[in-house]
Design a protein around this ligand. Sequence first.
Ligand SMILES: Nc1ncnc2c1ncn2[C@@H]1O[C@H](COP(=O)(O)OP(=O)(O)O)[C@@H](O)[C@H]1O
Ligand SMILES: [Mg+2]
Length: 321
Amino acid sequence: MIDVQNLCKDYTFKRKEPGIRGAVKSLFTNKRELIHAVRDLSFHIDAGEIVGFIGPNGAGKSTTIKMMSGILTPTKGSVLIGGEDITRHRKEVVRNIGVVFGQRSQLNWDLRLGESFELLKHIYRIKQSDYEETLDVMDSILGIKEIIDKPVRQMSLGQRVKGDLVASMLHSPSVLFLDEPTIGLDVSSKYALRKFIKEINEVRKTTVILTTHDLGDIQELCERIIIINHGVMMEDGNLSQIIDRIAPFKTLVVEYYDEIAPDHPSCEMIEHDGNIAKYKFMKNDTTAADLIAELSKLRPIRDVSIEEAGIDDIIRIAYGE
Ligand SMILES: Nc1ncnc2c1ncn2[C@@H]1O[C@H](COP(=O)(O)OP(=O)(O)O)[C@@H](O)[C@H]1O
Ligand SMILES: [Mg+2]
């Protein structure tokens, strides 16, 4: 469905020195600096996948999404959507994709939500019956009809994002790009958004590419993740396999009866506070059951729990923190 090949984006910009002198100086110099925001990304996404696109701030996620959705032209490389090059056949390809930016709305602030939808209906020449059907589906997922007569200007962030999601689906795109859609949302709007992504993926087979800082979004929605940092691909693959490979450990939390916590050769004590000690152990070396048995021979144990490595460990390791 999506083929990204050797995608690169450079930005040039003038760096301003601080103060008035700096501003004046920058008027007379043409010194431009170059940023390689995206460097040689290649990947393939199949129809029907939900892919989590993650990386720290400034990694190049939004730049990549903008190139994949035809908003920015790549410096080098290509993006094919459904076999068509987005730069060469922009108009046709754009009909097949939807984009939502969490921080920026495509809705008109001066219109009621429904009026914005009607406008899009005309722009995309959507059949009335298709339009109504989509609205019904969206209403069942997001309860959109409750707010359809509300002016966009008066909407809460959660309502506005719901409006943007519906707007992006009106022309029934087969690919949906979501750039930080959950940013700043309250818990119930976030939940509605996750439900929306699951449903359009299941019912309409929409392919979804999602950037987010919310690890819960990823865990709940994405089997596959792509991690980028400094514009470079760090990881691309199945989420649980990546966790197993990058973070092949678990943490055993032991509560003793007193403050003396014994060491053990097959694990590393990473924390010890009062009666509680945390041990990190490699899944291949030993099991939690063995460790508990052996530690309990050294000191009496009152309680235990096990913490699995999760996506947050992956992020820390992959980001090099
Ligand atoms: N219009 C622009 N002009 C110059 N530099 C930009 C522009 N947009 C983004 N950048 C820079 O490109 C890099 C990647 O930005 P971005 O794609 O927004 O990252 P992310 O979405 O992962 O936070 C950053 O260093 C950012 O400062
Ligand atoms: Mg971004």
